[in-house]
Design a protein around this ligand. Structure first.
Ligand SMILES: [Zn+2]
Length: 353
């Protein structure tokens, strides 16, 4: 990689990352925050807390105790395996298709669920609706991912709600996958304001606003990597041994075929690439080396519009004119939920026993 950019000497974040500082050794402030947040965690205590939660819900649902959002990737596969085979939970796997799901990923998810002996449901909203939502989001915020950020959790909660399931357990690793805090504001209020005037609320109701958040408070959601040390070499070993997973750690892939395009748009808007950010996380967590991350980012991070970009825009009924003034576009130009209400809602959610 040509190093015109100054980067953190520990991870790979560049100096144009918002609000970044470097110490005398060139280590960035994001690395420092990471260290503070994730060192000294009492994993033993957390595992016990997880066991107490699972004990509370085991055997309580009608047919299922727990819903597991399931893409067929390493994290959700391990989550499902652990809950079914180690913790004896009656699981329902839930697969969601945002219209750009890699067909190979869905086939793989079906095969794995069958091997695990777990029921799987898939939900794919009609592409007509998705297209309108993506188009609007892209035109006014410069990103189409905002359309999924509300759609996906809503679909997951609705699936649990309609099946009478009161516990959702995902394999989302905050440490590895959380987006930058300055880019991840999105809630139903933002979404509603972004769509206002473009799509009648009535058309969006089921996919974006049902169930109501009051009803969502009746369902507890947890992420297994918050309770268990997410040891990737061990996870791959387990999956290869138990499920013929047939993948290795070097094989990081995204199930959404829109990823290169969204990364390019994100970089055009913020100056930072999504891969750059995600690989910086992986370096910090010791999943890959700094050198590997730099060369992978160099290879995958699109510097110009990625292959098939025009075709992708056409699928969303858009064209290159969406790039005009893209650096000015942001969801933050819209009104979101009052931050006190947001914090309170998160607190209440966490308090669900
Ligand atoms: Zn760093």
């Amino acid at each position: 990689m040509t190093e015109e950019v100054i980067r953190c000497t520990r991870c790979i974040l560049p100096d144009n990352y918002p609000n970044i500082d470097f110490d005398e050794n060139g280590v960035c402030s994001v690395c420092k925050e990471h260290e503070q947040k994730y060192s000294n965690i009492d994993w033993d205590a957390r595992r016990k807390r997880l066991e107490r939660i699972l004990d509370r819900y085991r055997g309580k649902g009608k047919k299922y105790d727990i819903l597991v959002p399931f893409s067929g990737g390493k994290d959700s596969s391990y989550t499902l395996w652990l809950l079914k085979n180690v913790y004896g939970m009656r699981c329902l796997a839930f697969n969601f298709d945002n219209g750009f799901l890699d067909p190979g990923a869905l086939a793989f998810a079906k095969k794995s669920a069958a091997k695990l002996g777990v029921d799987l449901i898939t939900y794919s909203p009609s592409f007509d609706l998705l297209q309108k939502v993506y188009k609007r989001a892209l035109e006014v915020t410069g990103e189409f991912c905002v359309a999924c950020v509300v759609l996906m959790p809503t679909a997951i909660f609705r699936a649990a709600d309609t099946q009478g399931i009161r516990l959702i357990a995902a394999g989302f690793s905050d440490m590895l996958e959380a987006p930058p805090s300055w880019s991840s504001f999105m809630d139903r209020v933002y979404f509603k304001n972004i769509m206002k005037g473009a799509i009648p609320l009535k058309e969006l109701k089921w996919d974006y606003f049902f169930p109501s958040w009051k009803r969502m408070f009746k369902v507890k959601q947890i992420n297994l990597p918050d309770f268990i040390e997410w040891n990737l070499p061990m996870i791959y070993d387990t999956l290869n041994r138990e499920l013929d997973f047939g993948k290795s750690m070097a094989d990081v892939r995204y199930d959404c075929l829109g990823t290169p395009h969204s990364s390019f748009l994100f970089k055009s808007r913020t100056g930072i690439g999504k891969y750059e950010y995600l690989y910086a996380n992986m370096v910090r967590c010791g999943v890959i080396s700094r050198e590997e991350a730099l060369s992978t980012v160099d290879e995958r991070e699109p510097k110009t519009a990625p292959e098939g970009f025009n075709e992708f825009l056409a699928l969303l009924d858009c064209d290159m004119s969406i790039m005009d003034g893209i650096s000015e576009k942001s969801i933050l130009n819209f009104k979101g939920r009052n931050s006190t209400v947001r914090k309170l809602a998160i607190k209440i959610r966490e308090m669900i026993p």
